[in-house]
Design a protein around this ligand. Structure first.
Ligand code: ADP
Ligand code: MG
Length: 445
């Protein structure tokens, strides 16, 4: 290892060392970039593997340290050194950003480190073509909006002269329709106001999946996108699925969306959920024992939004009834949560989720196609309907447009064996099953 590389090592801190994991942080993303580029991570991996883990598998995570304290200091300094020039160049921060949706309030874990790091990188250096667009996707309540706001906050802090626009796709669409409303005027002139969006430095559009099937708006957005991209302006998008999974999205937009940095977000694991609760306790001055934190974090595992809701409910119950927070109080408070009005787990839902998960058209799933990925997904679909609803084999066959129940029975048996034998495909099947159980209310016919 060269002397320069040793300097890089000195810039790293070990922040966590556990049975299966080593977390290393640096205060600057360029250090992490160098580690990755020069393959220093491979040396680190080898070192820990030989010295600590006896050659066994473990996970090495590298990330950029939170800069809360430094950020405060920088902000303070900028206040004391303020001069007329800098006042002139400061552009107001978008008013629709939530103040607490910052990087430092975001808890990192396996499920979101990649998205966090990608967002952080973009915020440090907006407009770099490799990162354009940053497309963050994941299910509801996992922190996509939080990360979008955090990017906007951070860019504003680092580049106060940049014009930033954070907007939901729905609002942007309404603005577009509004601009077109006056039928007597030349459409190009009408749109000129709307097209001011092309003059921003950073455009963050949330829930971009709502652009689906809006042909004219897609055309307008495509041109906006190109215009911003051509002038190295940063675009950040969030959606509940990958660009390819957004049905009714024009191919040219799909290819643009997946051409930058694509980052997925998953449900945080138990450990991360516990840290999220710990942070909430700290922020709200709530005392909660570690066993209670663990109990609450393991009881609410659908998404972070719900975890926060459960926390609020515990906090409220404790203060209204003047009770200490213990397991019984949490159980009481959680009653409101277990019965949340989740959508029912119907056959239609299962079929839709299966096609989404395996990225197969619903029409193909229900077709006669015997192509292996399609027929596998179809068999998994029938198995999941069998496992998660009360449908009979005959009904299952019918809902998958098969003529007789033997097909359904064969499919269920085959997938059941895969799961029992821990076939390589089984983990995906179980993952999908868990997703359905978590997000939908089962027991429906
Ligand atoms: P999404 O846009 O993916 O539906 P949000 O960004 O609205 O989700 O997140 C839902 C709530 O959960 C927000 O209050 C957000 O601050 C919080 N949240 C999500 N992920 C995290 C995290 N990793 N750390 C802290 N808070 C989080
Ligand atoms: Mg959101």
């Amino acid at each position: 290892m060269a002397a320069k590389d040793v300097l890089i090592l000195q810039a790293l801190d070990i922040v966590e060392l556990s049975e299966h994991r080593v977390c290393i942080s640096a205060s600057d993303s360029s250090v992490i970039d160098t580690v990755n580029l020069k393959g220093i991570d491979v040396h680190i991996q080898k070192f820990f593997s030989n010295e600590l883990f006896n050659g066994n598998n473990f996970k090495l995570e590298l990330y950029v340290k939170e800069e809360e304290d430094e950020a405060d200091q920088i902000e303070d300094k900028s206040l004391t050194n303020i001069n007329i020039e800098s006042v002139k160049s400061v552009t107001p921060k978008p008013a629709n950003l939530k103040p607490d949706f910052t990087f430092s309030n975001f808890v990192k874990g396996n499920s979101n480190t990649y998205a966090f790091t990608a967002a952080y990188q973009v915020a440090k250096q907006p407009g770099i073509s490799l990162n354009n667009p940053l497309f963050i996707y994941g299910e509801v309540g996992l922190g996509k909006t939080h990360l979008l706001h955090a990017v906007a906050h951070e860019i504003h802090r680092l580049y106060p002269d940049k014009v930033i626009r954070y907007v939901s796709c729905e609002t942007l669409l309404n603005e577009y329709l509004e601009a077109l409303r006056n039928p007597n005027r030349d459409p190009q002139k009408q749109l000129s106001n709307f097209r001011l969006v092309r003059q921003v430095d950073v455009l963050l559009v949330d829930d971009i999946q709502f652009i689906a099937n809006k042909e004219a708006f897609q055309e307008e957005f495509y041109n906006t996108y190109n215009s911003l991209n051509d002038s190295q302006k940063q675009i950040v998008l969030a959606a509940d699925r990958t660009p390819q999974q957004i049905k009714g999205l024009q191919d040219r937009l799909t290819s643009r969306f997946k051409g930058g940095l694509l980052a997925d977000m998953h449900l945080p694991d138990l450990e991360t959920r516990m840290v999220i609760i710990e942070n909430l306790c700290r922020r709200h001055g709530v005392e909660m024992g570690r066993d209670c934190i663990e109990f609450l974090a393991s009881s609410v595992s659908r998404n972070v939004r719900e975890l926060q809701g459960a926390f609020t409910s515990v906090m409220t119950k404790s203060s209204i009834q003047n009770r200490l927070i213990d397991r019984y109080l949490i159980e009481d408070a959680l009653v409101d949560f277990t019965e949340l009005d989740r959508p029912a787990l119907t056959v239609d839902v299962i079929q839709e989720e299966v096609s989404r998960y395996y990225d197969i058209d619903l029409d193909d799933l229900l077709s006669d196609s015997r192509r292996s990925p399609i027929s596998h997904a179809r068999q998994v679909g029938m198995y999941l309907v069998r496992e998660l609803t009360n449908k009979t084999l005959k009904e299952i066959a019918e809902s998958f447009k098969r003529k007789d129940h033997v097909t359904a029975s064969h499919a269920c048996r085959k997938v059941d064996e895969m799961v029992k034998n821990k076939d390589t495909k089984s983990q995906y099947i179980l993952d999908l099953k868990r997703h359905l159980q978590r997000n939908f209310e089962s027991g429906s016919r």
